[in-house]
Design a binder for this molecule. Structure first.
Ligand code: SF4
Ligand code: SF4
Length: 452
């Protein structure tokens, strides 16, 4: 089976968070192949663990993918402070005799953002709302490469996931668990200090905040779950996420002092994109007064280029305002009006870019996470849940279509939902061996319990 077929069959999607189907992304030729091992957000341990533990496999998969892309440069990019991981990768590269460079990035946020990384490694800026391929680059996360290695060498599909559990737990740990495992089981395995907690699924800047108890009970591990942060319910990050949009807009209209720190520190602005969050904030008071589409685009069009990295609201703004959320709101308003701002296809990074990087340690302090910083996951626990719920939408695009029914017996790794025909989609496989007890549009429940 060729590479793309093997990846499609295995249901591999970007493991770094976005969940873009990998067989679609790799339908290309590219000058640069960049392996993203930078662990974009603070506290996450997963990419580091994979680099230390599976360096040989990551390098082997990088060689395969780079060959497929006919890449002239293959680069593994990670933060320069990850010495153990860099040593492991260098040893694996030497052993394989592979033509792979290591790019040691600074310790800043968002080093692992695809566009920031492409600019750092190649010196070229991806066009506004464009893809790395627009400047001849393809970027894959280390977790994605591990999936590719398993698919190519053993024909394995994506049925399990590595993730870290950090925050209010005895110590940060790695978990290897079937797709569909309730996140509460992962947290219990990490021995939380609290019985009633809130959770961030992902990183503290861009992760999904769960504070509703039922939402926490129902949340499961998917192909893109790389980290869980357990926090007290009254932690700043949890209470801040609960602010209603109406209040956020009212605060923006009345309290923005137009210092433009949000713009000057915006990573997208710094790589040369047209995005000035302070202008969106300034214009917000006249949102309801603008009838002309041209004027609306002038006032709010920049919001379309926001990647929701959160630097403006979680780090830059001295008034505690939320330009990110205002931008997200404005993106919706632009969509409603059917407006698309013009794209700059040849943006150039600003000269002050290197001086405007956000040091990760200062960001951690600002987020109120210093108590959890500097602790690392040294062990990986294998979980074997009795029951899993496997969602059919774990990727960007259309949900997969079920090919199983209640009562079917399945083995771990069996296909249970097929990528939607003719659409961006990905196959879904059974996380455990057992009996399907329920199938809905949302996913399939599998019970692995033995009768009697
Ligand atoms: S969230 Fe803020 S800092 Fe990040 S891209 Fe959007 S405007 Fe810029
Ligand atoms: S940083 Fe805050 S106060 Fe300053 S311009 Fe931006 S939103 Fe306004």
């Amino acid at each position: 089976m060729n590479l793309l077929d093997a990846i499609r069959e295995a249901g591999i999607v970007g493991a770094g968070g976005a969940g873009f189907p990998t067989h679609v992304k790799l339908k290309a030729k590219a000058e640069w192949f960049i392996v993203n091992a930078a662990e974009c957000e603070p506290l996450i341990e997963t990419d580091k663990y994979l680099c230390r533990t599976y360096a040989d496999r990551i390098v082997a998969a990088a060689v395969i993918v780079a060959g497929h892309l006919q890449a002239e440069h293959t680069v593994i990019a990670l933060k320069k402070k990850y010495r153990a991981e860099i040593d492991a990768l260098r040893a694996a590269i030497d052993k394989a005799g592979a033509a792979i460079e290591i790019c040691e990035m600074g310790v800043f946020y968002p080093a692992g953002d695809e566009q920031t990384m492409v600019q750092f490694v190649t010196g070229k800026t991806v066009p506004e709302r464009g893809l790395p391929l627009d400047v001849g680059a393809v970027v894959d996360n280390v977790g994605t490469l591990l999936g590719i290695y398993d698919a190519m060498t053993e024909g394995k599909s994506v049925s399990s996931k590595y993730l870290s559990v950090v925050g209010e737990v005895r110590e940060p740990i790695m978990i290897h668990t079937p797709i569909g495992t309730p996140i509460t089981q992962c947290i219990e395995a990490a021995k939380p200090h609290l019985t009633d907690y809130a959770v961030i699924v992902g990183g503290p800047m861009m992760g999904r905040v769960l504070s509703d108890r039922e939402a926490i009970r129902n949340a499961v591990v998917t192909k893109t779950t790389g980290n869980l942060i357990v926090l007290p319910r009254d932690h700043y990050l949890i209470t801040r996420a609960g602010r209603p949009m109406e209040r956020i807009r009212a605060q923006a209209r009345t309290a923005c002092i137009q210092c433009r720190m949000c713009t000057d520190l915006c990573p997208r602005y710094q790589i040369g994109h047209q995005i000035r969050p302070h202008m969106v904030m300034r214009n917000l008071y006249r949102e309801q007064m603008i009838s002309s589409n041209e004027e609306f685009l002038r006032a709010f069009g920049d919001a379309a280029n926001c990647c929701s990295c959160g630097v403006c609201e979680m780090f830059a703004c001295p008034m505690g305002l939320s330009p990110r959320k205002v931008n997200e709101y404005m993106k919706g308003a632009l969509r409603e009006r059917g407006l698309q701002p013009e794209r700059n296809m040849k943006p150039e990074a600003r000269p002050e870019l290197d001086m405007r990087r956000i040091p990760t340690e200062r960001l951690i302090a600002r987020l109120g996470l210093s108590a959890y910083s500097g602790l690392h996951a040294h062990t990986c626990i294998e979980l074997s849940p009795d029951e899993v719920f496997v969602p059919f939408a774990q990727h960007i695009g259309k949900p997969a279509q079920p090919v199983c029914k209640a009562g079917d017996t399945v083995n771990k790794g069996d296909l249970i939902a097929q990528a939607a025909e003719g659409a961006l989609s990905a196959n879904i496989h059974a996380g455990i061996t057992g009996v399907i007890t329920e199938v809905s549009a949302a996913g399939a429940r599998i019970s692995g319990r033995k009768e009697g």
